[in-house]
Design a protein around this ligand. Structure first.
Ligand code: URA
Length: 427
C-alpha cells in the first residue's frame, strides 16, 4: 500500500519547529502502530517533540489518533456513575488500593484499569499481585459484572485500549523521552478517554520523585490534561500533590499492600489517609456526590468490606498472609537531629534495586522486596537509630540499595511542615 506521507518530512517539520497537520499526525501514529514507521524514526520524532513541543491542536489530534488505534469501552449500561483516578506516578504511591473501594462505598463505580511498573515508580498491578491468588487479567464481561456488583475493580488494561500508546510508551522509556508534557498528556488521556469513564481525577505529582520537578511544569501538564478530558466530555479535575518525599512509610509491593490495609482499617500514615480522602471527595464530587463523609467509611469498615469483596471477586484471599522478605537490613541515622528532607527518587531507586521493580518489561518482580521508612521529614532521630529497613529475598542486593539511600536523608535542626500534601487544584 502506498503511504500518503514520508516520515522523514514529518520528522523534519518537527525538528525545524514547524506544526504537524492533523492528517500527518493521524498517519504517523497509525503507521507506527502498523509497523510502517520504524522505532528509530519514531524515536527521532518523539525527541523532536520533546525538544520543540506541540501546540494545543497538535496534542489534541495526537491524543485522538492514539484513541483511534484501539477500541473504546462503554460503561453507560451500568446502574452507577463511573469515576476514575490517574496518578502521574510517584514513590510509595499505593493510593489506588484504598481509594477504589472507598469511593465504591458511595455507589459510584470505579474502573481502575492499571499497569505494571517500570523503573523507580511501582505499578499498581505489581502491588496487587502480592495478594495470594489475585488475578489482574479480566475479560470485558468479568469487568462489567464486577462493576455492577462490587462497584470497584483494579485490573490490567486490555491490549485493545490505545495500543499505539503501549508501543510508544515502551519506546519513550528507553529513549529518554518520557518527561515531555505533550507526550505524557496524550499518553494518559488517550487511555482514560478510550476507557469511557464519566469523570476523572488526575493526581499530578510534583517533586524529586515525580516526572514534573516544579510546580509550574506540573500546572501546565494538569491544564493540558484537564482540557483534553473536558473537550472529550469527561468531567476532569486535577490535584497537584507533593512528591518530594515518598508517600507513606513503605515502597515495595507487599509492604504497600500491608500499609493500604492499615488505611482501610482506619489507621495508616497521615499523608496516605489525607491524599486518599482528598481524592475520594474530588471523585465523588465529580460524580455528583457532595457532602459525603469519606473518613467515616474508612473508620467503620465499609471501605474494607468493599476491598474484601473486590479481592475475592478476582480470585484472591483477603485473609492470606502477605509474602515477607527473608532478609532485612537497616540504614541508620548518622547524627542526632530532625529530618529536614527525604529524597523520594532515592527511596524509589533503592526499592527497585532490592527487587521491587523491573528494568525490562518482561522481568519478574519480588513481591516481598522494598523499603520500610521509620522516620519521615519532621521526625526527630538519634544517631544510630534505624531510618530505613531494606527487605529482599536476595541479600546480594543490599549494597547497591544502600548506596541509593546513603544521601537520601538530610538531618538538621529545624523543620517547617508543609500545610497540606495538596499544592493546588484545577477544574
Ligand atoms: N503515565 C502514562 O501512562 N504515560 C506517561 O507518559 C507517563 C505516565
Amino acid at each position: 500500500m502506498s503511504e500518503p506521507f514520508d516520515v522523514v518530512d514529518v520528522i523534519r517539520t518537527k525538528r525545524d519547529r514547524g506544526r504537524l497537520s492533523g492528517e500527518q499526525i493521524d498517519w504517523v501514529v497509525d503507521a507506527y502502530t502498523r509497523g510502517v514507521v520504524a522505532d528509530e524514526q519514531m524515536s527521532a520524532l518523539t525527541m523532536a517533540i520533546f525538544l520543540n513541543g506541540m501546540s494545543r491542536e497538535e496534542i489534541h489530534r495526537w491524543t485522538h489518533a492514539m484513541i483511534d488505534s484501539g477500541e473504546r469501552m462503554d460503561f453507560s449500561a451500568l446502574p452507577y456513575p463511573t469515576a476514575d483516578k490517574h496518578s502521574t506516578g510517584g514513590v510509595g504511591d499505593k493510593i489506588t488500593l484504598p481509594l477504589a473501594p472507598l469511593v465504591a462505598v458511595f455507589d459510584v463505580a470505579v474502573p481502575q484499569l492499571s499497569g505494571r511498573g517500570l523503573g523507580h515508580t511501582g505499578g499498581t498491578l505489581d502491588k496487587m499481585e502480592a495478594i495470594p491468588g489475585w488475578r489482574a487479567d479480566l475479560s470485558e464481561r468479568e469487568l462489567m459484572d464486577q462493576l455492577a456488583t462490587v462497584r470497584a475493580v483494579i485490573c490490567a488494561a486490555g491490549a485493545s485500549l490505545a495500543p499505539a500508546d503501549k508501543k510508544l510508551y515502551a519506546l519513550r522509556d528507553i529513549t529518554s523521552t518520557v518527561e515531555a508534557i505533550p507526550l505524557i498528556a496524550s499518553s494518559i488521556m488517550s487511555k482514560k478517554i478510550a476507557e469511557g469513564t464519566d469523570s476523572l481525577v488526575l493526581d499530578v505529582k510534583v517533586g524529586s520523585g515525580a516526572f514534573m520537578k516544579d510546580l509550574d511544569q506540573a500546572r501546565e501538564l494538569a491544564r493540558v490534561m484537564v482540557e483534553l478530558g473536558s473537550d472529550a466530555g469527561v468531567r476532569t479535575r486535577a490535584l497537584l500533590t507533593d512528591m518530594d518525599a515518598p508517600l507513606g512509610r513503605t515502597a515495595g509491593n507487599a509492604l504497600e499492600v500491608a500499609e493500604s490495609l492499615d488505611v482501610l482499617s482506619g489507621g495508616g500514615p497521615a499523608d496516605v489517609v489525607e491524599l486518599t480522602c482528598e481524592l475520594a471527595r474530588e471523585m465523588l464530587a465529580a460524580a455528583g456526590k457532595d457532602d459525603v463523609d469519606v473518613e467515616a467509611a474508612l473508620q467503620d469498615g465499609r471501605a474494607m468490606d468493599v476491598w474484601r469483596d473486590m479481592i475475592r471477586a478476582q480470585g484472591g484471599d483477603p485473609d492470606a498472609p502477605l509474602p515477607v522478605a527473608p532478609e532485612t537490613s537497616d540504614v541508620r541515622a548518622s547524627r542526632d537531629g530532625v529530618i529536614t528532607h527525604m529524597d523520594a527518587l532515592a527511596v524509589g531507586v533503592a526499592a527497585w534495586r532490592l527487587g521491587a521493580g523491573r528494568a525490562r518489561k518482561e522481568d519478574p518482580v519480588q513481591a516481598e522486596a522494598g523499603v520500610e521508612i521509620h522516620a519521615k521529614p519532621g521526625d526527630r532521630v538519634r544517631a544510630g537509630e534505624p531510618i530505613f529497613t531494606m527487605h529482599t529475598a536476595t541479600p546480594e542486593r543490599f549494597a547497591r540499595a544502600e548506596q541509593a539511600l546513603a544521601d537520601a536523608v538530610e538531618i538538621g535542626e529545624t523543620y517547617s511542615a508543609r500545610p497540606s500534601i495538596v499544592l493546588d487544584r484545577m477544574r
